[in-house]
Design a protein around this ligand. Structure first.
Ligand SMILES: [Zn+2]
Ligand SMILES: [Zn+2]
Length: 167
């Protein structure tokens, strides 16, 4: 794969994602890595230690339009759980429970269930493919003490953020 004149070699491929590394990883100890999922590529450690390597002709190559994102850390898929609340569903991430606040057509907003009792300000914004967590320091212990076996699960990308980003 060639991006911006740099060449990357496929390292690992699974059903949902593939990992690539710079072809100059040994020769120039270049540590640039990519993770590709669907139409999105994340680039980690984006400073190459060498010049651009591709000198060929782009005309004979296949090309794709994709979203590129530069990152310090690859985002991972997490398993989140859902339980029935008294009125609204509860989402459980890492032992903390969140209550559905607003459900829109594309995205929904959730807040920590301890928002009043413990003045906890942790908030989530969820779309079908991404959960963003804002102000991620809870003011209290983990709240979920139940059994995960009875809950619905979903594998989704989670991103910790200072400010919600619109997709
Ligand atoms: Zn490189
Ligand atoms: Zn909380």
């Amino acid at each position: 794969m060639i991006i911006d004149g740099y060449e990357y070699r496929l390292q690992m491929r699974s059903v949902i994602k593939s990992s690539w590394c710079c072809t100059q990883d040994f020769k120039y100890r270049c540590k640039v890595r990519l993770m590709a999922t669907g139409k999105q590529i994340q680039i980690k450690d984006c400073a190459h230690t060498h010049e651009k390597t591709f000198k060929g002709n782009y005309e004979n190559l296949k090309s794709y339009a994709i979203t590129l994102e530069y990152t310090k850390k690859f985002r991972r898929l997490y398993t989140v759980h859902f339980a029935r609340g008294r009125k609204n569903p509860i989402m459980i991430i890492d032992g903390y429970e969140y209550r559905l606040q607003v459900k829109g057509a594309v995205r929904s907003r959730w807040c920590c269930t301890q928002d009043i009792k413990h003045h906890c300000k942790v908030r989530l914004m969820a779309t079908s493919s991404l959960i963003q967590i804002k102000d991620c320091a809870h003011t209290h212990e983990r709240t979920f003490k139940g059994n995960y076996e009875d809950l619905e699960t979903l594998d989704i990308t989670i991103e910790h953020t200072k400010k919600f980003r619109r997709e």
